[in-house]
Design a protein around this ligand. Structure first.
Ligand code: BGC
Length: 730
């Protein structure tokens, strides 16, 4: 309907159509219900409600919900009872309120929230249930803060350790990312909000993120970079997808026909809405025709001049664009509203900053912290045997949840590592703190830190990266993989002063070669969220037995990493184009296939107890076409949890395949001395590769090594499964 034409029926004018007969009978006891338009009747199907609402909307009303009317909202349609839609970042909690028309924080006092550990820490838990709980928490806090769409999770694959946003994603493996992402989305969307999976797709570097054009072969695109998105769409049921800033094969992702129209919507059957990243749209025609449904954040023009506002209106009026196309975009927006009960009386109202949420934040950190080294059982510490602990390092006192970027959280509080250690060590232990290094620190800081180290029974060094520009941040990558602020030298001096130095790294992957061999213990703590200090202290003092596993390979040096093997064309790109020459061989797929020794392999993480794997059996049938059954025993003296990992190694594939790939995992808790039977089913998808010629997934017959164990490089159980038929799988 064009402006000026009549509205078919409105909420107020009591026009009821055919379904009335049924409605009147069904709703007889409640007379008012007979007047309820179909779209407000929560008892009807989503599609019925969508069509009814769509039919009532004017041309202008339709257009008005396809673009932002502030930084993070879209317009209300009061006549129809459609409220303003409120979107919010991000993956680690509900961001503080912004705007409305600027990027300034709005200065509200009621926007403190629970700050979860960074997504990479959640991935390091390898605990799908915890993924659900984290998402559920986000959903509850979003509702309590009046939000409708939460902009997360991000499931871009870690291609280079330098990418500024690796901490916001789930690491280098598509299966792990997909499982964690889908669980998170199911949890969040159980709370009557929509999640938004981002950034679709191949947004694997922040360097030149607005314009970089990604050239990637079809198999790598499908098998590595799109696979987690597909899982989040198909098994997570995500309602919204955010298209990325960058280009794929010459076309910006927000207007990318292949990605949005053909793959996401046609192939995967996605029925929700596709929104742009903020200020990522460049062309009305492409955006309109290639499937963008909601434009957000465009800079430098008024909201009514967004690409999907006036220029779209003009094109619709002139007949360049079809009204059916407009309806399809509107339908997708309405579907998300109705599915998340935006128009329903009983919509969940959520909860904010509860003790239960803080407990989840702590649990994610406890399970996501990875014990990378522990010579001579240096850890856990026994507070009763210590007099002086020296805590050294700027990150010991630096809250990491708040930053300049979209994933920033205004945490209700944040327990820093020093807070947590002081509290847990108790009154009998003297904890001395020395900052050790700083952005512009000098030799005096080193001297004081060394004096503290010498005076103490044990040193806990807390360093790594932070969230300032140039480290773990948006819109910039690191320029190398080195520790900043002279930390390499500092750590070596500290360990020389006190050999009992435990190193705790915050942030993402750094080079460790210069000091790793000298320190007896190392923990990777990522950005552990508002309860991070408590979680870390509980790990350090043994209240929690660490069970995190690396979601990404830690290379010894940057040059070992696949994206950095092919010169500038492989990273950061030449003349605006980056070519993924390593193809499928991302992360451990590269290190294993090329026999390169990593610093720490994918899936690696130690425990304070020992686990033994035994009795592998491959049983045909069950939940999949074959199920790996085996036993894990906790042979140590402490209770603990282990992540059993299953990799497939195709023996003689007819096409190039990585040496091995993760195809299943399970996290299990075992009491000291306990043995548990574990089973991991494999369906046909586990065996499949993408065949670009056939445009489909092929599970090719042949022998597959089935490798089971505690990391990608410790796989004590090995069997062979013969796939007897070649099949095409979905
Ligand atoms: C980021 C998105 C974020 C959006 C809104 C963009 O710069 O890439 O992840 O959701 O801003 O803040």
């Amino acid at each position: 309907m064009y402006p000026g034409s009549k509205v078919k029926a409105s909420a107020g004018n009591k026009v009821l159509r055919l379904a009335t007969t049924w409605l009147v009978v069904a709703a007889a006891p409640f007379c008012a219900a007979a007047d309820t338009p179909e779209y407000l009747d929560a008892g009807l199907s989503i599609e019925t409600r969508v069509e009814d609402l769509l039919a009532r909307m004017t041309f202008e009303e339709k257009l008005s919900i396809l673009h932002g009317d502030s930084k993070f909202t879209t317009a209300a349609i009061p006549r129809l009872g459609i409220p303003r839609r409120r979107l919010s970042d991000g993956p680690h909690g509900v961001r503080e309120d912004i705007g409305p028309d600027t990027w300034e924080n709005s200065g509200h006092t009621d926007d403190f929230a629970t700050a979860l550990p960074a997504a990479i820490c959640l991935a390091a838990t390898w605990n799908a249930e915890l993924g659900f709980s984290a998402g559920e928490l986000i959903g509850q806090e979003a509702r309590a803060r009046g939000k409708d769409i939460m902009l997360g999770p991000g499931v871009n694959i870690l291609r280079t350790p330098l990418c500024g946003r690796n901490f916001e994603y789930f690491g280098e493996d598509p299966l792990l990312s997909g499982v964690m992402g889908a669980g998170y989305v199911r949890g969040a969307q159980s709370q009557d909000i929509a999640s938004c999976v981002k950034h679709f797709a191949v947004n694997n570097q922040e360097n030149q993120r607005d314009m970089i054009d990604v050239e990637v072969d079809e198999r790598a695109l499908r098998e590595i970079y799109l696979s987690a998105f597909k899982a989040v769409v198909r098994t997570g049921g995500v309602w919204t997808v955010m298209a990325a800033y960058n280009k794929l094969r010459g076309q910006h992702c927000c207007q990318n026909e292949y990605l949005i129209k053909r793959i996401l919507k046609d192939e995967w059957g996605f029925t929700g809405l596709v929104m742009s990243d903020w200020a990522a749209v460049h062309d009305t025609k492409q955006a309109v025709l290639n499937g963008l449904d909601l434009e957000m954040g465009t800079e430098g023009v008024g909201y009514d001049d967004f690409y999907l506002a006036k220029p779209y209106r003009d094109g619709l009026r002139s007949g360049e664009y079809s009204l059916a196309g407009l309806d399809e975009k509107v339908r997708r927006n309405l579907r998300v509203m109705i599915a998340t009960h935006v128009l329903d009386a009983g919509r969940k109202s959520g909860s904010l900053n509860t003790a239960a949420h803080q407990a989840i934040a702590r649990r994610v950190a406890e399970e996501g912290i990875v014990l990378l080294k522990n010579d001579n059982q240096t850890l856990p510490l026994d507070a009763a045997k210590l007099k002086i602990i020296a805590v050294i390092g700027e990150n010991a006192t630096r809250p990491q949840s708040r930053s300049e970027d979209s994933s920033s959280i205004k945490a209700l509080y944040e327990i820093t590592p020093l807070d947590g250690i002081v509290k847990r060590a108790g009154n009998q232990v003297n904890v001395i703190y020395s900052v050790g290094y700083q952005k512009n620190g000098g030799a005096d800081l080193t001297e004081r830190a060394l004096a503290a180290a010498k005076a103490a029974d044990v040193v806990i060094y807390i360093g790594g990266l932070n969230r300032e520009k140039g480290f773990d941040c948006e819109n910039a990558d690191r320029t190398d993989m080195k520790l900043p602020y002279g930390q390499d030298e500092l750590i070596q001096k500290i360990v020389a002063a006190n050999p009992k130095t435990i190193v705790v790294m915050e942030g993402t992957i750094v080079e460790m070669d210069s000091w790793l061999g000298k320190v007896p213990a190392l923990l990777q703590a990522w950005y552990p969220g508002m309860e991070g200090g408590n979680a870390l202290a509980r790990v350090v003092f043994g209240d929690v037995n660490p069970s995190g596993k690396l979601p990404a390979t830690f290379p010894k040096k940057l040059a070992d990493s696949p994206a950095h093997t092919f010169g500038a064309s492989g990273y950061p790109g030449v003349n605006g184009k980056v070519t993924y020459s390593e193809g499928l061989l991302v992360g451990y797929r590269w290190f294993d296939t090329k026999h390169i020794e990593p610093q720490f392999p994918f899936g690696f993480g130690l425990s304070y107890t020992d686990f033994k794997y035994s009795d592998l059996e491959l049983v045909e049938g069950g939940e999949g076409i074959v199920t790996a059954r085996f036993k894990i025993s906790n042979t140590g003296t402490r209770d603990g949890a282990e992540v059993a990992q299953l990799y497939l190694h195709p023996e003689k594939p007819s096409v190039m395949r990585p040496d091995k790939e993760l195809k299943g995992f399970k996290k299990v808790s075992l009491k000291a001395g306990e043995t548990l039977a574990v089973s991991i089913p494999l369906d046909q998808n586990a065996f499949a590769y993408f065949d670009p010629a056939k445009k489909g997934w092929i599970a090719e017959k042949g022998d597959f090594g089935v490798l089971v164990g505690s990391s990608s490089r410790n796989l004590p159980l090995q069997g062979v499964f013969k796939l007897t038929q070649t099949t095409t799988v979905e």
